[in-house]
Ligand binder design. Structure first.
Ligand SMILES: [Zn+2]
Length: 461
């Protein structure tokens, strides 16, 4: 199985790359010195090569909201564009909720449940249109696609979970039950400690993803539809895998994981995404009493790595050998915009102020360096980073964060944003404008807003 790194980068795969980066950075500095009067401007542009310099006005005591009608129009504009471009051919189902047709199906389902869009029946119909082929792809994978069937965000089980939610909304109980049964049945294949052979615990393709789906379904159905027995067995396998790897590598963190030999720390492939999910299953701690300490110590290990600016390293090899600031990643997949969900979950669960302080610091780096040139999406784009402010608003009630979320949304319509890159899958949920639509729609209901597919406030359930 080959799974692309969510950022399209391998942040720490080799020290040679790191040396090359340092060299480039130094050459850039020399160029700065030699470019006389243009030096300062060059330096600023070089530092900000991954993001647009934030010139948006910050909160000054009065909330400046984007008008609801404008947000709704933008959503309509984006959705029409998606519907005219996103096909349902088998190839387009690859990538699951991340870049496949299922992600567009999820966006439509999400809008069908949203008070501003619920009266428009087309969203349920469109969701079905995109989910049908995605579900077929999930249930009948080719031999070489079998591993991806077990992936929540990048593969088949994510489609099964959203399919079950959609069938509930449509009142199609038989199909709903069929998808739930299949979701339950596939758990058995995720029990082996390394069923993928490249690290099997992270969120996009691994066990944390399966467990994220369990929480998603619990929220949709208002009750547990995957048995505690299954969920806890998977949690135990995850903890055992993390302990074994940590001991083997003599890691300073009691739970540690590698995905394709890199010890990622972020939300997509890394430790913070795994811990964020484990915190949600307290029954685990009845089965393995030490697990609670290991989880807490691991959260505190990540907390200890937060930089002055509020960001987090992508992987453990960057802890001792930090990447140059000009290469810093402020993405949901790698960096503060993803780790913030772990810190928020920990804060909501254990009420320690340092976790909230960490979230606020993460918000600062996202405000300063989060207008990403990579595009409008969730994984490494403006919408994913905008969600950070919606989370902070729900955590604190401070209108400053809501103001910042609106500013990020407005930036999507700016002249400057036209210079941003167009993602490979421009209509998808995690890279493209389907995720942007979710962010914009959530701006209209900030008290309920949450990053697609998981809601950290569920931990207090
Ligand atoms: Zn990414």
């Amino acid at each position: 199985m080959t799974v692309a790194n969510a950022s399209g980068l391998a942040p720490s795969s080799q020290s040679l790359t790191h040396m090359a980066r340092e060299l480039t950075s130094n050459i850039d500095k020399l160029a700065t010195l030699e470019s006389c009067g243009r030096g300062f401007k060059f330096e600023i542009e070089n530092m900000a090569k991954r993001y647009f310099v934030n010139q948006l006005s910050d909160f000054a005591g009065t909330l400046v909201e984007m008008p609801k009608a404008d947000i709704k129009n933008l959503c309509q504009l984006y959705t029409e564009k998606i519907f005219s471009k996103q096909s349902i051919k088998r190839d387009e189902c690859n990538g699951g909720l991340y870049t496949g047709a299922a992600g567009v199906g999820y966006m439509c389902y999400f809008l069908s449940q949203h008070p501003e869009f619920a009266s428009e029946k087309k969203f349920l119909e469109k969701s079905l249109y995109y989910m049908k082929p995605a579900l077929h792809f999930a249930i009948y994978p080719e031999k070489h696609e079998k591993d991806m069937q077990l992936a929540f965000i990048l593969g088949g089980i994510g489609s099964l979970a959203v399919g079950a939610a959609l069938m509930k909304a449509l009142g199609e109980d038989e199909e709903m039950q069929e998808y739930l049964n299949q979701y339950n049945a596939l758990a058995e294949e995720c029990m082996d400690r390394d069923y993928l052979g490249c690290g099997s615990d992270e969120l996009l393709v691994g066990r944390a993803g399966y467990l994220c789906g369990v929480l998603f379904l619990e929220k949709v159905f208002g009750e547990k539809v995957v048995s505690d027995e299954i969920a806890i067995k998977l949690c135990i396998a995850t903890v055992e895998a993390g302990r074994k790897y940590s001991k083997k590598r003599k890691s300073p963190c009691p739970l540690m994981y590698a995905y394709y030999d890199t010890e990622y720390l972020g939300a997509a492939h890394g430790l913070s995404g795994i811990l964020q999910i484990l915190i949600n299953f307290p029954a685990l701690y009845e089965k393995i009493p030490n697990a609670l300490d290991w989880v807490k110590e691991s959260v505190d290990y990540i907390l200890s790595l937060q930089t002055q600016s509020g960001n987090f390293p992508c992987a453990t090899d960057e802890v001792t050998d930090p990447r140059p600031e000009s290469d810093e990643l402020v993405h949901w997949c790698h960096g503060a915009p993803g780790v913030i969900y772990l810190m928020a979950t920990a804060y909501l669960k254990w009420k320690k102020e340092e976790y909230l302080a960490s979230c606020l610091a993460a918000g600062e780096v996202v405000w300063n360096k989060g207008l990403l040139k990579k595009g409008p999406g969730l994984c490494h784009g403006i919408a994913g980073n905008g969600y950070v402010f919606l989370l902070l608003y729900r955590l604190t009630g401070d209108k400053k964060h809501l103001h910042r979320a609106h500013q990020f949304a407005k930036f999507l319509t700016s002249e400057e944003f036209k210079k941003a890159k167009i993602p490979d899958k421009p209509y998808s949920l995690f890279e493209g404008i389907a995720g942007t639509v979710c962010f914009l729609a959530d701006l209209m209901q900030p008290d309920k807003a949450h990053f697609p597919l998981f809601d950290v406030f569920q931990v207090a359930r």
